[in-house]
Design a protein around this ligand. Sequence first.
Ligand code: CAA
Length: 445
Amino acid sequence: MTTVGIDAVEIWTGNLKLDLPGTFAPQMGEDPEKYTKGLGLNASSFPDSYEDIVTMGANAAYRLMDRKGLEPEDIGRIDVATESAFDNSKPVSTYVAGCLEQVYEGDFHHANKGERKFACIAGTQSLDDAYNWIKAGRHRGRAAIVIATDTALYARGDAGEATQGAGAVAMLISEDPSLVELSIEQGYGSADETDFLKPNQQFPSVDGKRSVQVYLARMREALEDFESIAGDSHPDQYAYIPFHTPFPGMVRKAGLLGYRHMIRDTEIEDELAAEIGRQPRAEAFDDEEAFREALREYMDSLKETETYQDWYAKTIDPTLTLSREVGNWYTGSVHVARASVLKHGLENDLDLTGSKLLVGSYGSGAEAEIHAETIQEGWREEIAALNVDEQLAARYDLTWDDYEEIHDAHNHDMDVDIEPRTTPDAEFVFDGWGRMGERKYRFVE
Ligand code: CAA
């Protein structure tokens, strides 16, 4: 049977950086450890004045095509996932294709283009669309480019301001992939929720605390749905579990919940019973609140066990390394988590070929999706080609005054023109407005 999955990945970070403990915390009057330890973030990536979702997406896609030696005729599909779109009709993928056509002789006239919206899960849904298109045999031997690109900015003063970020992930989806093969099995957890939304507005309306609960509830539903077809999961089955990462502290909660679920009725629960007892079962309680309280107590104890902490350090923590430095990239975040863990494997010379990932995506509004991935033989070479560390190190470190100006410059309700803080180098840049209000781009050598 044809294997289909991610053949290659590229990451493009916004060119600016906001230091959360050093620059943001003092202005907020908060303890820096709220950011580094609580939320788990050191920095957020920001777009410079000439960057937006199109430039970042096109730059990631150009690196991908260039490195893989691809021409436009090799690509049958370009899908962009974003929740930062600026046009309700013309999709971002047409702008990206227009950018790429400036640097290639060929064109993408025969490539299907679209834009996917379902908050942060849209990146994974676009991956699905490409996977299904190839599996159905409609691709004529061509590959798909999926781009997840966002400027995840919150209104000034919103609690989410600490979790901002900006960047793009471009992925090449093909037959016989070099990086990961996707499982046919998928699980969904979806409900009509009002946790985070942007009703025709740039910055989100967020019920932050509730969004955390909705993420966990939908993720649990998705895991149960996945297990209904893939069989019960066990913590030792997956080398790593990359989750959607709005901030690492969120994944800390998801990891604990997932572990509790996976060890139920296993030898791990039995072995831990002497130390912390067995998991409370709903049927043993008359009262729902007493059951919830017992669960909370069990989770608090579980979190402190060496067994759990070792598993977390091995399986979850390496997924968070990049996220800690870039913040939330919305549609790209779960794909950054996957890249992070493969990078960890490369840096530690691990033999990951054939190992499994369990990938947990989430989008507010709300839906979670879980599928498995198998790491392919070519993963090492693909990940070695990433230059994300150099990109992160080259970011301009914003002062507080810079940050205020940059946030205003990207605020659609403000008309603020500022000097860029960085100099574009071999990349696409925003180049002003066209006669019908369209955004224009050019490649800077
Ligand atoms: N030292 C160590 N830890 C500290 C600390 C200190 N000095 N001060 C606070 N903390 C800890 C807190 O205990 C808390 O951790 P726990 O939840 O584990 O207890 C953590 O730091 C955050 O502190 P607060 O809860 O007080 O932070 P807050 O109220 O200012 O905001 C938030 C948190 C509500 C998540 C806010 O960042 C927010 O609204 N973010 C945007 C929404 C979001 O990302 N939601 C995630 C789920 S929805 C989703 O995933 C989709 C998406 O991408 C948006």
